[in-house]
Design a protein around this ligand. Structure first.
Ligand code: NAD
Length: 256
């Protein structure tokens, strides 16, 4: 019997087999979770569907997290197919390319709105949809953040500001949903080569810098993020909520 046998999870944010959400999904599946997946546009559905099938998933539904109608339809479908939910994985972020290249001071009002909407507000909207399905089940929610929320990472720009809002949201959501037994935590991962990361200018040097300076003198993998997500999403972390847990080879402890 696995740590998550009998548990149902929804994973939002798989784009391909390099996605952090995919590393998490595999870790959850290995411990017995029954998983559902989403995709924002048909081009991504083509990649997500075979991955979901490879984990025996019967649930692959559309959801653009900027659309309330999509979110409502998604949770109606979860209720219809699974009847309840124990786990929500939120691994979604987006900012316009120019806002990850030009100096932060030149971020447009619209660019700011989009980055905050997709990368931070979406956690609030998804948590609101998931909560009624988690009642009485000790639900657990995990989102993905980055150290650029706390310290300046040149090039991370508006995404750092969105991650700061996301991390604050984790704490406010933990407070709101705690009385229902629902835990909300974030994993702050070190840089990993993914589709989203490819849009960040200077990402290669972030990888190199982390490898050189982190106590473990290396970068982390999606498997390692998956193992920490498994801990946070299982009963092993039953007393943990509102936390930002680092999976960054120790990079954040360094001062020089
Ligand atoms: P990824 O490109 O594999 O995943 C990003 C996901 O966001 C994709 O699946 C994409 O479809 C989804 N997405 C974007 N806009 C959406 C929308 N409107 N509706 C629904 N989904 C939408 O990249 P990733 O690196 O695995 O990113 C996952 C999370 O991890 C993000 O929050 C990212 O900021 C975070 N993170 C990444 C790193 C890294 O170095 N790769 C480090 C720390 C945190």
């Amino acid at each position: 019997m696995g740590l998550l046998t009998g548990k149902t999870g929804l994973v939002v944010g798989v784009a391909n087999d390099r996605s952090i959400a995919w590393g998490i999904a595999r870790a959850l599946h290995a411990e017995g979770a029954d998983l559902g997946f989403t995709y924002p546009v048909p081009a991504i559905e083509e990649r997500v569907r075979p991955l979901a099938t490879s984990l025996g998933s019967r649930f692959v539904e559309p959801c653009d997290v900027t659309r309330d109608g999509d979110i409502d339809a998604l949770f109606a479908k979860v209720r219809e197919v699974f009847g309840h939910l124990d786990i929500l994985v939120h691994a979604v972020a987006f900012a316009n390319k120019e806002d990850l290249k030009e100096p932060y001071v030149s971020t447009s009002r619209e660019g700011f709105r989009i980055a905050l909407d997709v990368s931070a507000y979406s956690l609030v909207a998804l948590a609101r949809g998931a909560a009624p399905l988690m009642t009485g089940r000790n639900g657990s929610i995990v989102t993905m953040t980055y150290y650029g929320a706390e310290k300046v990472m040149p090039g991370y720009n508006v995404m750092g500001v969105a991650k700061a809002a996301l991390e604050a949201s984790v704490k406010y959501l933990a407070h709101d949903l705690g009385p229902q037994g629902i835990r909300v935590n974030a994993i702050s991962a070190g840089p990993i080569r993914t589709l989203a990361a490819a849009g960040i200018s200077g990402f290669k040097s972030m990888l190199h810098h982390a490898e050189e300076k982190a106590p473990l003198r290396r970068n982390v993998s999606t498997e390692e993020v998956g193992k920490t997500a498994l801990y946070l999403l299982s009963d092993l972390a039953s007393g943990v909520t509102g936390e930002i847990v680092y999976v960054d080879a120790g990079y954040h402890v360094m001062g020089a």
